[in-house]
Design a protein around this ligand. Structure first.
Ligand code: RAM
Length: 379
């Protein structure tokens, strides 16, 4: 009987101990969750974990071990073949390195659409985000939250401001692009007369940077006879760009050249000129995708005798190489850093001229009747 009593006592004590233990750990979990939530809401970037336990928990929660890294690209909008080429380069590099790539094409070409996608990706705890921005400043809160959550962020093609990213992947030097476009306008107008610009959206960082740089170049006395009649916006929508081209033709009967620094706009404008049989009278040039523009180029009187671009697939690839280096802790995006990517090329982080850094992919390339057939199947 005595034996039975002491056995019951031992069992009762064991239950008491287990019970206390579980209560303690439940309480601890609640505290930890509260602390984690507070950290997520705080403005600080690098909040170190308070205890070893928390550090371990943070490590298990982030998918940043080899093999399960997720990299995302947010393009400007759906249905733009240039953006699709850029995304394909990104995917190729990320998948080739054994990681998962997510491509998000916003249904609308707006900052708002991009903000909800960024928020989703932060909730998903991806390792890196590359974004072609629809607005320079509007994505700042969302992207800062991403960086605070240890997600590496780069912009590509169209930049966000320096505080909203680690670096920017710049397709080609802004001044070089602007000078190529101004030289084309001078050449194709003969140096004087009416010309217009058909751009993408009025908030696109890249188009605005090219146009600003063109306007600065045009202040020079030597361009005094050129008359820029209007800057119109087709919002990188094909039909809107067609409509804007037709409006410019109606409003400016002496228009000699239409300069279009967007691939969507250039294809639309060249189609209008061709359909209306205006080749040789109104010339369209700018930045175009060879695959979309080949039918409007070539020998003789064509809508577009020549145009410029760079390889959008490479722009996507370089953004992927850059993010991988950053996620693996080998690059921060600071001025002067250099890295050699899987493609064997060496990339340098340079000054972007507006308080941040950038990596320039290459120079703008000229397409004309002599080479368009070679390139139309490439991109
Ligand atoms: C369009 C987009 C893109 C730009 C190219 C040249 O596809 O606006 O951002 O880089 O044109």
């Amino acid at each position: 009987m005595k034996k039975l009593l002491s056995l019951l006592l031992v069992i009762a004590m064991m239950f008491a101990v287990i019970g206390c233990g579980s209560t303690d750990s439940d309480d601890a979990d609640v505290v930890e969750e509260q602390e984690v939530e507070e950290d997520a809401g705080s403005e600080e970037t690098d909040v170190p974990a308070d205890t070893e336990e928390e550090e371990e928990e943070a490590e298990t929660d982030t998918p940043e071990t080899d093999g399960d890294q997720i990299y995302a690209m947010i393009t400007k909008s759906a249905g733009n073949p240039y953006m699709e080429r850029m995304a394909s380069g990104f995917e190729e590099v990320i998948n080739g390195a054994g990681y998962e790539a997510i491509i998000k094409h916003p249904t609308e070409i707006t900052a708002e659409a991009q903000i909800s996608l960024i928020n989703e990706l932060v909730a998903q705890n991806v390792s890196g985000i590359a974004v072609a921005a629809n607005d320079t400043d509007a994505l700042q809160t969302a992207l800062t939250a991403a960086m605070d959550a240890d997600i590496q962020v780069v912009s590509l093609d169209s930049a966000v401001n320096a505080d909203s990213r680690n670096t920017h992947i710049q397709q080609a030097g802004v001044e070089e692009v602007a000078q190529s476009l101004v030289d084309s306008v001078v050449d194709l107008t003969g140096g004087s007369g009416d010309w217009a610009i058909l751009s993408a959206t009025s908030t696109a960082t890249n188009q605005n940077a090219w146009i600003d740089a063109m306007e600065t170049i045009l202040e020079d006395e030597q361009y005094a006879d050129l008359n820029l009649v209007e800057i119109a916006y087709g919002d990188d929508e094909y039909q809107k760009s067609v409509d804007q081209t037709q409006a410019l033709l109606n409003n400016y009967p002496d228009l000699k050249v239409l300069c279009v620094p967007t691939t969507v706009g250039l294809a639309a404008a060249a189609k209008v000129i061709t359909d209306e049989g205006l080749q040789g009278e109104v010339i369209v040039t700018g930045l175009g995708l060879p695959s979309e523009m080949a039918e409007f180029m070539g020998e003789g009187e064509v809508a577009t005798p020549y145009m410029f671009l760079w390889n959008p697939i490479d722009v996507g690839k370089v953004s992927a190489y850059t993010l991988i280096e950053m996620v693996n802790g080998d690059l921060t995006g600071s001025l002067g850093e250099v890295f050699t990517a899987e493609d064997g090329n060496t990339y340098e982080v340079t000054d972007d001229g507006s308080g941040g850094t950038e990596i320039v992919v290459g120079p703008p390339f000229r397409f004309d009747a002599t080479n368009i057939d070679e390139w139309k199947d490439v991109y």
